[in-house]
Design a protein around this ligand. Structure first.
Ligand SMILES: [Fe+2]
Length: 277
Protein backbone atom coordinates (compact mmCIF):
# COMPACT_ATOMS: atom_id res chain seq x y z
CA UNK A 1 0.00 0.00 0.00
CA UNK A 2 1.20 3.50 -0.88
CA UNK A 3 -0.21 6.86 0.25
CA UNK A 4 0.52 10.01 -1.81
CA UNK A 5 -0.56 13.62 -1.25
CA UNK A 6 -2.93 15.07 -3.85
CA UNK A 7 -2.17 18.76 -3.40
CA UNK A 8 -0.04 20.80 -0.99
CA UNK A 9 -2.65 21.02 1.80
CA UNK A 10 -5.55 18.61 1.20
CA UNK A 11 -6.15 15.09 -0.10
CA UNK A 12 -4.19 11.84 -0.20
CA UNK A 13 -4.61 8.86 -2.49
CA UNK A 14 -4.18 5.26 -1.43
CA UNK A 15 -2.84 2.83 -4.02
CA UNK A 16 -2.25 -0.91 -3.98
CA UNK A 17 -5.01 -1.82 -1.51
CA UNK A 18 -8.02 -4.12 -2.01
CA UNK A 19 -10.74 -3.43 0.57
CA UNK A 20 -12.37 -6.77 -0.26
CA UNK A 21 -9.46 -8.41 1.58
CA UNK A 22 -8.36 -8.09 5.19
CA UNK A 23 -6.43 -4.89 5.95
CA UNK A 24 -3.51 -5.17 8.40
CA UNK A 25 -3.33 -2.96 11.51
CA UNK A 26 -0.40 -0.88 10.23
CA UNK A 27 -2.19 -0.04 6.93
CA UNK A 28 -5.33 0.81 8.85
CA UNK A 29 -3.40 3.12 11.19
CA UNK A 30 -1.56 4.76 8.28
CA UNK A 31 -4.86 5.48 6.49
CA UNK A 32 -6.48 6.89 9.64
CA UNK A 33 -3.43 9.13 10.14
CA UNK A 34 -3.54 10.30 6.51
CA UNK A 35 -7.26 10.98 6.87
CA UNK A 36 -6.70 13.28 9.85
CA UNK A 37 -3.70 15.02 8.24
CA UNK A 38 -5.07 15.36 4.69
CA UNK A 39 -8.89 15.50 5.32
CA UNK A 40 -9.74 13.70 2.03
CA UNK A 41 -8.68 10.09 1.51
CA UNK A 42 -9.07 8.64 -2.00
CA UNK A 43 -8.75 4.86 -2.10
CA UNK A 44 -8.31 3.93 -5.76
CA UNK A 45 -9.44 0.91 -7.77
CA UNK A 46 -12.11 -0.58 -5.48
CA UNK A 47 -15.09 -2.71 -6.54
CA UNK A 48 -17.33 -2.95 -3.48
CA UNK A 49 -20.87 -4.20 -3.21
CA UNK A 50 -23.00 -2.46 -0.53
CA UNK A 51 -22.26 -4.91 2.28
CA UNK A 52 -18.56 -4.94 1.38
CA UNK A 53 -18.50 -1.14 1.51
CA UNK A 54 -20.08 -1.21 4.97
CA UNK A 55 -17.46 -3.71 6.14
CA UNK A 56 -14.65 -1.58 4.65
CA UNK A 57 -15.72 1.70 6.27
CA UNK A 58 -15.67 -0.09 9.63
CA UNK A 59 -11.89 0.44 9.44
CA UNK A 60 -12.51 4.12 10.11
CA UNK A 61 -15.48 4.33 12.48
CA UNK A 62 -19.08 3.36 13.12
CA UNK A 63 -21.96 4.05 10.78
CA UNK A 64 -24.10 7.19 11.26
CA UNK A 65 -27.84 6.96 10.45
CA UNK A 66 -28.47 9.28 7.48
CA UNK A 67 -31.44 11.63 7.63
CA UNK A 68 -33.61 11.15 4.55
CA UNK A 69 -34.42 7.43 4.28
CA UNK A 70 -35.94 8.04 0.83
CA UNK A 71 -32.40 7.48 -0.48
CA UNK A 72 -31.67 4.24 1.41
CA UNK A 73 -30.66 1.23 -0.70
CA UNK A 74 -33.34 -1.44 -0.33
CA UNK A 75 -31.16 -4.40 0.66
CA UNK A 76 -28.64 -2.37 2.70
CA UNK A 77 -30.42 0.69 4.21
CA UNK A 78 -27.37 2.01 6.10
CA UNK A 79 -26.08 2.89 2.64
CA UNK A 80 -27.79 5.67 0.72
CA UNK A 81 -27.35 6.45 -2.94
CA UNK A 82 -26.37 9.70 -4.64
CA UNK A 83 -27.86 9.90 -8.12
CA UNK A 84 -28.64 12.43 -10.84
CA UNK A 85 -31.77 10.48 -11.82
CA UNK A 86 -34.18 11.75 -9.12
CA UNK A 87 -36.61 14.63 -9.54
CA UNK A 88 -38.42 16.99 -7.20
CA UNK A 89 -42.21 16.44 -7.01
CA UNK A 90 -42.63 19.27 -9.59
CA UNK A 91 -40.42 17.41 -12.11
CA UNK A 92 -37.23 19.47 -11.78
CA UNK A 93 -34.06 17.36 -11.63
CA UNK A 94 -32.54 16.98 -8.14
CA UNK A 95 -28.74 17.27 -8.05
CA UNK A 96 -27.66 16.23 -4.56
CA UNK A 97 -24.90 18.21 -2.92
CA UNK A 98 -24.86 21.33 -5.10
CA UNK A 99 -23.67 24.39 -3.20
CA UNK A 100 -21.05 24.48 -0.45
CA UNK A 101 -22.01 22.57 2.70
CA UNK A 102 -20.91 20.11 5.37
CA UNK A 103 -23.05 17.02 5.81
CA UNK A 104 -25.90 16.75 8.34
CA UNK A 105 -24.68 19.61 10.57
CA UNK A 106 -28.18 19.84 12.08
CA UNK A 107 -27.39 16.62 14.01
CA UNK A 108 -26.36 16.88 17.66
CA UNK A 109 -23.32 14.75 16.78
CA UNK A 110 -22.81 15.35 13.06
CA UNK A 111 -21.02 12.68 11.01
CA UNK A 112 -17.24 12.97 11.22
CA UNK A 113 -16.87 11.59 7.73
CA UNK A 114 -18.79 10.90 4.55
CA UNK A 115 -17.72 8.09 2.23
CA UNK A 116 -18.71 7.85 -1.43
CA UNK A 117 -17.99 4.93 -3.74
CA UNK A 118 -18.37 5.52 -7.47
CA UNK A 119 -20.67 2.98 -9.11
CA UNK A 120 -21.41 4.87 -12.35
CA UNK A 121 -19.77 8.12 -13.51
CA UNK A 122 -20.32 10.47 -16.45
CA UNK A 123 -17.52 10.55 -19.04
CA UNK A 124 -16.44 13.95 -17.76
CA UNK A 125 -17.51 16.51 -15.15
CA UNK A 126 -19.26 15.89 -11.84
CA UNK A 127 -16.14 16.73 -9.82
CA UNK A 128 -16.45 17.20 -6.05
CA UNK A 129 -14.83 20.36 -4.66
CA UNK A 130 -13.53 20.61 -1.11
CA UNK A 131 -12.61 23.72 0.89
CA UNK A 132 -10.18 23.28 3.79
CA UNK A 133 -11.79 25.18 6.66
CA UNK A 134 -8.81 24.72 8.98
CA UNK A 135 -6.48 26.36 6.44
CA UNK A 136 -9.12 29.06 5.91
CA UNK A 137 -9.38 29.66 9.66
CA UNK A 138 -5.59 29.91 10.05
CA UNK A 139 -5.51 32.57 7.32
CA UNK A 140 -8.15 34.81 8.95
CA UNK A 141 -7.07 38.19 10.34
CA UNK A 142 -6.71 38.00 14.13
CA UNK A 143 -9.53 40.55 14.60
CA UNK A 144 -11.93 38.19 12.76
CA UNK A 145 -10.70 35.22 14.80
CA UNK A 146 -11.51 37.16 17.97
CA UNK A 147 -14.87 38.30 16.65
CA UNK A 148 -16.07 34.76 15.85
CA UNK A 149 -14.31 32.91 18.70
CA UNK A 150 -17.36 32.29 20.87
CA UNK A 151 -20.22 32.59 18.35
CA UNK A 152 -22.73 29.75 18.00
CA UNK A 153 -24.39 28.84 14.70
CA UNK A 154 -28.03 27.70 14.62
CA UNK A 155 -28.28 24.64 12.34
CA UNK A 156 -31.62 23.35 11.00
CA UNK A 157 -32.60 20.70 8.45
CA UNK A 158 -33.20 23.31 5.74
CA UNK A 159 -32.09 26.92 6.13
CA UNK A 160 -34.64 29.49 5.00
CA UNK A 161 -31.68 31.50 3.58
CA UNK A 162 -30.41 28.67 1.37
CA UNK A 163 -30.80 28.96 -2.40
CA UNK A 164 -30.55 25.18 -2.62
CA UNK A 165 -33.63 23.24 -1.55
CA UNK A 166 -33.42 19.75 -0.10
CA UNK A 167 -35.91 16.93 -0.60
CA UNK A 168 -38.54 17.14 2.14
CA UNK A 169 -38.42 14.56 4.92
CA UNK A 170 -41.15 11.99 5.48
CA UNK A 171 -43.16 12.38 8.72
CA UNK A 172 -41.22 9.46 10.24
CA UNK A 173 -37.85 11.02 9.35
CA UNK A 174 -38.97 14.41 10.73
CA UNK A 175 -39.56 12.86 14.16
CA UNK A 176 -36.08 11.36 14.16
CA UNK A 177 -34.07 14.32 12.77
CA UNK A 178 -33.12 17.15 15.16
CA UNK A 179 -34.18 20.68 14.28
CA UNK A 180 -32.48 22.91 15.43
CA UNK A 181 -29.11 22.57 17.16
CA UNK A 182 -26.35 25.00 18.16
CA UNK A 183 -22.75 24.43 17.12
CA UNK A 184 -19.70 26.69 17.56
CA UNK A 185 -18.74 28.73 14.51
CA UNK A 186 -15.13 27.76 15.25
CA UNK A 187 -14.60 24.14 16.18
CA UNK A 188 -11.50 22.31 17.33
CA UNK A 189 -10.73 19.04 15.56
CA UNK A 190 -10.87 16.28 18.19
CA UNK A 191 -7.97 14.38 16.61
CA UNK A 192 -5.63 17.02 15.13
CA UNK A 193 -6.42 19.84 17.57
CA UNK A 194 -6.68 22.30 14.65
CA UNK A 195 -9.35 24.99 14.71
CA UNK A 196 -11.67 25.28 11.72
CA UNK A 197 -14.54 27.50 10.63
CA UNK A 198 -17.75 25.48 10.95
CA UNK A 199 -20.63 26.84 8.92
CA UNK A 200 -23.10 25.42 6.43
CA UNK A 201 -24.98 27.69 4.00
CA UNK A 202 -27.65 25.03 3.40
CA UNK A 203 -28.46 24.43 7.06
CA UNK A 204 -27.38 27.47 9.06
CA UNK A 205 -30.33 29.65 10.02
CA UNK A 206 -28.44 32.31 11.94
CA UNK A 207 -26.02 33.06 14.76
CA UNK A 208 -27.25 32.95 18.34
CA UNK A 209 -27.80 36.45 19.72
CA UNK A 210 -27.01 38.30 16.46
CA UNK A 211 -29.52 40.05 14.21
CA UNK A 212 -29.75 38.60 10.70
CA UNK A 213 -28.57 42.03 9.46
CA UNK A 214 -25.25 41.29 11.16
CA UNK A 215 -25.14 37.49 11.04
CA UNK A 216 -25.88 36.92 7.36
CA UNK A 217 -23.20 39.27 5.98
CA UNK A 218 -20.70 37.77 8.44
CA UNK A 219 -21.52 34.24 7.26
CA UNK A 220 -21.27 35.37 3.61
CA UNK A 221 -17.91 36.98 4.29
CA UNK A 222 -16.55 33.85 6.01
CA UNK A 223 -17.84 31.63 3.20
CA UNK A 224 -16.28 33.77 0.51
CA UNK A 225 -12.95 33.78 2.33
CA UNK A 226 -12.97 30.03 3.03
CA UNK A 227 -13.92 28.88 -0.46
CA UNK A 228 -11.13 30.79 -2.23
CA UNK A 229 -9.32 28.55 -4.69
CA UNK A 230 -6.15 28.46 -2.59
CA UNK A 231 -7.98 26.49 0.13
CA UNK A 232 -9.55 23.99 -2.30
CA UNK A 233 -8.94 20.46 -3.46
CA UNK A 234 -10.99 19.47 -6.50
CA UNK A 235 -11.60 15.75 -6.89
CA UNK A 236 -11.88 14.42 -10.44
CA UNK A 237 -13.58 11.06 -10.04
CA UNK A 238 -12.16 7.87 -11.50
CA UNK A 239 -14.05 4.56 -11.75
CA UNK A 240 -13.46 2.54 -8.58
CA UNK A 241 -12.72 5.54 -6.35
CA UNK A 242 -13.76 5.30 -2.71
CA UNK A 243 -13.50 8.82 -1.26
CA UNK A 244 -13.77 9.58 2.44
CA UNK A 245 -13.71 13.16 3.69
CA UNK A 246 -13.66 14.90 7.04
CA UNK A 247 -16.85 16.91 7.62
CA UNK A 248 -15.32 18.51 10.74
CA UNK A 249 -12.88 20.66 8.79
CA UNK A 250 -14.12 20.78 5.18
CA UNK A 251 -16.92 22.15 3.11
CA UNK A 252 -17.74 20.30 -0.08
CA UNK A 253 -19.88 20.75 -3.15
CA UNK A 254 -21.03 18.69 -6.10
CA UNK A 255 -21.04 19.97 -9.68
CA UNK A 256 -24.01 19.31 -11.97
CA UNK A 257 -21.94 20.34 -15.01
CA UNK A 258 -22.10 17.10 -17.04
CA UNK A 259 -24.38 15.43 -19.58
CA UNK A 260 -27.51 14.56 -17.57
CA UNK A 261 -28.28 11.83 -20.10
CA UNK A 262 -25.44 9.92 -18.41
CA UNK A 263 -26.01 8.25 -15.07
CA UNK A 264 -23.96 9.41 -12.09
CA UNK A 265 -24.55 7.03 -9.20
CA UNK A 266 -22.55 6.54 -6.01
CA UNK A 267 -23.03 4.74 -2.71
CA UNK A 268 -22.85 6.96 0.38
CA UNK A 269 -22.08 6.04 3.99
CA UNK A 270 -21.48 8.42 6.89
CA UNK A 271 -19.45 7.79 10.04
CA UNK A 272 -20.43 8.90 13.51
CA UNK A 273 -18.77 12.02 14.89
CA UNK A 274 -18.58 13.90 18.19
CA UNK A 275 -20.41 16.94 19.53
CA UNK A 276 -18.58 19.89 17.89
CA UNK A 277 -16.54 21.87 20.47
FE1 LIG B 1 -22.84 16.47 0.97
Amino acid sequence: MEIRPLNPHTGAEVLGLDLNRAVCDSDRAAMNRAFVERSVLVIRDQALKPQQMLDAVGLFGSVFAQQNTKFAIADCPQIHYVSNQDRFPGGRRYIPGEGWHTDHSNAVRPPKATVLHAVSLPDKGGDTQYANMAAAYAALPSATKQRIASLMGIHVYQSSHSARKLMTLSEGDKERVPNAVLHPLVRTHPESGAKAIYLNPIRIEGILGLDHKVALPLLDELLEHATAERFQYRHVWRPGDLVMWDNRCLLHKANGDYDMGQVRYLYRVMLQGDVPR
